[in-house]
Design a protein around this ligand. Structure first.
Ligand code: TRP
Length: 464
């Protein structure tokens, strides 16, 4: 068998779109987006977030997909192949960007799986497999003891299982089931809150911008989240792009994936805030919004247990298809670059990531540290590197391949994209990184340690 047929690929473009959307739609959409939107006051934050998706997310999405599609391999091998003509600079840049990308996949999955495990455990409780207690009780039990280890383990097994089966049989098949299921659940939940009440208030909160509430910090958070939610900055889209059956789809499918991700985040926000507003919760409850506040509110809703079951199924499905893509970045690297067998790679990487995840599972501070390190530093740095590599080190032929198939529209679009990826994206991302490392912090009073208690037990307005 040739090298190429050994790697596997997506059978159809729909399969690719489902897998890429599966990667993008995750805990970021259903857990993180609602709670940061709540913390930053709603509409104005949402508007900035949408701008970030358009200005930074979309151009980078195309950059990653085209690098994968043209390079045809894992992120490191693809970058090495496409920057060959740029000499030692290209090689060095490829190793730095590729190495950091694989490390990011490894680190993110280690804590992502722990949070997904929490969701799995709530799901089990709503399904009647565990005693259903108050959200705060259950959540505190999960984060303050070893209770989350078995759930973390099950979740890793689920992810490794799919990746072991390969790109088409595993990833594509799983995402073609999970994504439509997720969408149906979300529509049902939306239907419920439309009847139950709170939807109008929720929509006002999300879509009526109050710019007084917008701070510099909120803008940074919005940009950082645009990366995370679209799975950018660590080669997930490069890897999936390398399994794309045809080039013609890159631009359009990239837009479709970003749209799906955004629509699903907004729908999840609508549902969650409708529940919050109609049952007396607070939108600014922080990371505990989904795991602490919501379960308490569900308990007061008619059909709340069923609602909770559906909601946590949604969260698990979303997290699962994202975890698959995180693992696949590492596995593709081990298969393509190191030459390992896929199954060995998936099991070995899975085991190592699981072991690292024990830190986050037993000590919430580690979870916060890994999240901070990856989301706030490694992903933006990776995105900066990928933008610069795509804009300056990859040949025009490779770089613009996805636009050439678009007919007369292709040329102006390619020019606009090239300008953006060379100047605008690096500038914006560079600003974020500089401010994260505190270059501009002299002007501001010390910010509340938002990242530290990222996922620590939170006090809410919960009434027993
Ligand atoms: N996008 C996913 C989410 O919103 C998380 C994720 C999956 C991710 N793959 C990634 C984030 C790659 C960054 C890079 O939950």
């Amino acid at each position: 068998m040739s090298d190429l047929s050994n790697r596997g690929s997506f059978a159809t473009r729909l399969g690719f779109v489902m897998a890429a959307a599966g990667s993008a739609v995750g805990l970021g959409n259903i857990w993180k987006f609602p709670y940061i939107t709540g913390e930053y006051g709603g509409g104005a934050f949402v508007l900035v977030y949408l701008l970030c998706i358009a200005l930074v997310g979309l151009p980078l999405m195309y950059a990653e997909l085209i690098i994968g599609r043209r390079g045809g391999k894992d992120i490191l091998s693809s970058l090495l192949a496409l920057t060959k003509d740029s000499g030692p600079l290209g090689t060095a840049a490829s190793w730095v960007i590729g190495g950091m990308a694989v490390a990011s996949g490894f680190l993110i999955l280690s804590f992502y799986s722990v949070v997904a495990g929490w969701a799995l455990s709530f799901f089990a409780a709503y399904a009647g497999l565990l005693p259903l207690q108050g959200g705060e009780q259950m959540f505190n039990a999960l984060v303050s003891s070893k209770t989350s280890i078995p759930w973390h383990t099950v979740f890793m097994l689920l992810s490794v299982g799919v990746v072991t089966l390969g790109v088409h049989k595993g990833i594509e098949t799983a995402c073609k089931i999970l994504m439509p299921a997720l969408f149906v659940i979300l529509v049902i939940l939306l239907g419920y809150v439309a009847v139950e009440g709170g939807l109008a208030e929720s929509a006002r909160f999300l879509f009526a911008p109050d710019f007084h509430k917008l701070t510099g910090e909120a803008v940074l958070e919005a940009l950082g989240h645009a990366f995370f939610t679209l799975s950018l900055g660590m080669g997930a889209m490069v890897t999936y792009g390398s399994y794309l059956p045809d080039e013609g789809a890159v631009v359009r499918d990239g837009v479709v994936v970003a749209l799906l991700d955004t629509v699903i985040a907004l729908m999840a926000g609508l549902v969650i805030f409708a529940v919050v507003f109609s049952h007396g919760g607070t939108p600014g409850a922080g990371p505990g919004l989904v795991f602490v506040s919501l379960p308490s509110l569900f308990a007061t809703m008619p059909g709340g247990q069923l609602f909770g079951l559906a909601f946590f199924a949604l969260l698990v499905f979303a997290a699962w298809s994202s975890a698959i893509s995180l693992l696949e970045v590492v596995v593709a690297f081990l298969v393509d670059k190191v030459g390992m067998d896929r199954r060995v790679a998936a099991l070995g990487a899975g085991l190592a990531i699981w072991a690292l995840g024990l830190l986050s599972a037993t000590d919430i501070d580690w979870l916060g540290r890994f999240d901070d390190l990856t989301t706030n530093y490694m992903l933006p740095l990776g995105g900066l590197g990928i933008a610069l590599a795509a804009g300056w080190l990859v040949s025009k032929t490779d770089r613009e391949a996805g636009f050439r198939v678009l007919g007369p529209l292709g040329e102006p679009l390619a020019a606009a994209w090239t300008f953006t990826i060379r100047f605008v994206t690096p500038l914006l991302v560079g600003l974020v990184i500089l401010s994260k490392i505190g270059v501009f912090s002299a002007e501001e009073p010390p910010a509340p340690p938002a990242e530290v208690d990222e996922a620590s037990p939170v006090d809410t307005d919960e009434d027993p």
